[in-house]
Design a protein around this ligand. Structure first.
Ligand code: IPD
Ligand code: CA
Ligand code: CA
Length: 250
């Protein structure tokens, strides 16, 4: 309950500061490199500064996409991507979100994904379920003749595109995993060995709680460290049959 307030308050503060920059050149001004080697843009910096300012008084460890790992020896670690989908934001594509996940001694206790344009709030409460604006959500049942997935590849498993009905690669994996959780997509996969824990931590919890199966590129349960420099492959699906299909082509 308290984490929900912290997260929502943060989301609203970030929203207020960044939305005036949506689709502007200014949003994309280069300000430095992140610990994982990505370029930090002005909008990322503005959003992240708000996160750090709000979390500092709480005395928790923070793993944030642009700054990296801040370990203050707390049993709580908050894994944040202040803005997932920066490219979309900067270029006026309305798919991006705020990703916030809390871990206690490495176990998830709360997760939120906030979508700025739709104002949708997705939450994951481990052992309890996943919610969209307070209403329970579930992955949808797979229909094998009309599979819709988001699939990030640089060629690996490209033939998967021939075996599904629709591919939608939206540029904000945190948001796409939330779409899986609510039953809008059947699967989300990224086999570029590129996704970071900050991109997926919150939506991992949300999708899991909504019934998704989430593995690495070998089909083993996905494991990740609460660390900003780690790079991952992820396959998240609503059904084991789709997992088998994806594993058979990659
Ligand atoms: C990006 C998004 C995107 C994924 C990239 C990430 P960012 O995060 O999650 O979906 O394909 O790998 O870097 O940089 O916009 O926070
Ligand atoms: Ca991200
Ligand atoms: Ca980001």
């Amino acid at each position: 309950d308290e984490w929900n307030e912290v997260a929502l308050n943060l989301a609203k503060n970030i929203e207020r500061e960044i939305m005036p920059l949506f689709g502007t050149k200014k949003a994309g001004e280069f300000v430095g490199f992140s610990p994982s080697g990505d370029k930090t843009k002005l909008v990322d910096k503005i959003a992240e500064d708000i996160v750090l300012e709000h979390l500092k008084p709480l005395g928790v460890n923070v793993v944030s996409e642009e700054t990296g790992n801040i370990d203050v020896g707390s049993e709580y670690t908050v894994v944040v991507d202040p803005l997932d989908g920066s490219f979309n934001f900067i270029h006026g594509i309305p798919i991006f979100g705020f990703s916030f996940a809390v871990f206690k001694n490495k176990n998830p206790v709360y997760a939120m994904l906030y979508e700025f344009i739709t104002k949708n709030v997705y939450e994951g409460i481990p052992g309890e379920g996943a919610y969209l604006n307070g209403k329970k959500i579930q992955v949808r049942p797979l229909k094998e003749d009309s599979i819709s997935i988001s699939f990030y590849t640089r060629g690996r498993g490209i033939k998967l595109a021939e075996k599904v009905k629709r591919t939608r690669v939206l540029g904000a994996i945190a948001v796409e995993l939330a779409y899986l959780a609510r039953g809008s997509l059947d699967g989300v996969a990224d086999v570029r060995n590129y996704v970071r824990p900050t991109d997926i931590a919150a939506s991992y919890v949300i999708a899991k709680e909504a019934g998704a199966i989430i593995t690495d590129d070998k089909g083993n349960n996905l494991k990740f460290r609460l660390d900003v420099t780690e790079r991952l492959n992820i396959i998240a699906v609503n059904d084991g049959k789709l997992l088998e299909l994806i594993l058979s082509v990659i």
